[in-house]
Design a protein around this ligand. Sequence first.
Ligand code: SAM
Ligand code: ZN
Length: 445
Amino acid sequence: MINNNHSNKIDEIDEIDKIEKIDEIDENNNKKDNLIENIDKNNKNSYNFSNINITDNDYQNIDIVEEGNVKIAFPCFDKVSSSAPVFYNPKMELNRDLSILALQTFQKEIDREINICDLFGGSGIRGIRYKKEINSVGAIGINDISSNAMNWGKYNAQENNVKVDFFQKEANIFLRENRGLFDVIDIDPFGTPSFFLDSACYTIKKDGMLCVTATDTSALCGTYKEPCIRKYNALPYKSEYCHETGIRILAGFVALTLAKYKKYMEIKFAHSSEHYMRMYLKINKGSAATDNSIKENIGHITHCPKCLYRNTVKGLSSAIDITCPICGYKMKIAGPLWIGSIENKEFINKMLIELDNKQLNTKDEILKLLTTIYEESESPITFYDIHKISKNIKTNAPKQDKVFEAIKDKGYTATKTHFNLLGIKTDVDIESLKEIVIDIIKNES
Ligand SMILES: C[S@@+](CC[C@H](N)C(=O)[O-])C[C@H]1O[C@@H](n2cnc3c(N)ncnc32)[C@H](O)[C@@H]1O
Ligand SMILES: [Zn+2]
């Protein structure tokens, strides 16, 4: 006898396959034609350079900055904020410089010309720099919803002698209309990227790269719990390693969003700097590999606020024991989040090599940051803060170097972390670490 449930399931699978086939045909059709022709077809109101709309009056009151190989102009403003006529944040120069290195490294790894979408263009600085400073870049589409941004972006592209295309669309609409056209989608919004991730995950190509910035660190780090639940569907926890937890929550959310489209990711490079978090994700496709990636990389972190013990639990919905195995206290939970690797040592090494080839104002800062991240790239999840441990066991804090030395003498690993200057990433358990701290203090007195 034919099992009806079974045949319904097959129908359902057929239906999903049909939709995906149509999607794939769309993607391939887009690939065949010229990229810019395609973008133009999809975006009737794309701009060309003949209609820059900046008046003499506008030129009276402008700032000009030099970053990398470009000079960028925009109307003066008092304070960096979303209400500036055109957004430019000097603190993001490091972010843009690192993007140049990461995208050049990615381009060399895939060894072909790359088309890039700068989804939130602002003054145009990012897209213009990508075209000017990265080798083997094909088309660049710079999008922004603001007409002021359009005008200054076009002006800046022209002044820097760079051929890029401008689009004035709501970001989600731009992405949905241009599926499969870009090898790189760069998401650098005000605050959270959450509202744009579904469209980006739908649109990004297999073998592409998604670059994501988040500046809503107070949500991701757990200062405000509810916004994190609303935007990232995850529980944050404000601990000494909350910036790492925050990056992992953001990564977990992207991975689960990609999974809807049978896509999965490898994190090539991620960092938390100043007021933001940023990650570079290599995207791949396939249902079995996606299922496996979710199984392996999504989980939770449990943390005991009383004795500072922490643990990682694999799985989206595994049973989580919240009784601390050391002191019996009720532990806190953060997640679901990404428990897999957040750094790729080889990729970071290539970025370091690329640093010699580029003219970047933040070179020294980058060298320091990338070297630290290179060293911590294969360390365990979370880290300890010696001051926090010393307070917990009511002793003075020993010098950090001595703690590193003592941990290594006992045969464990210990590295610094870019997340926190006072942090130690190590495979030593919390009780042994407390003993190490006590011994050092005893020997000092
Ligand atoms: C943080 S700024 C971008 C900064 C730029 N990437 C840089 O590196 O200087 C965010 C930009 O997004 C634009 N924007 C805000 N909401 C948008 C939306 N829904 N769709 C498209 N653009 C949007 C704003 O006009 C603003 O220029
Ligand atoms: Zn405990």
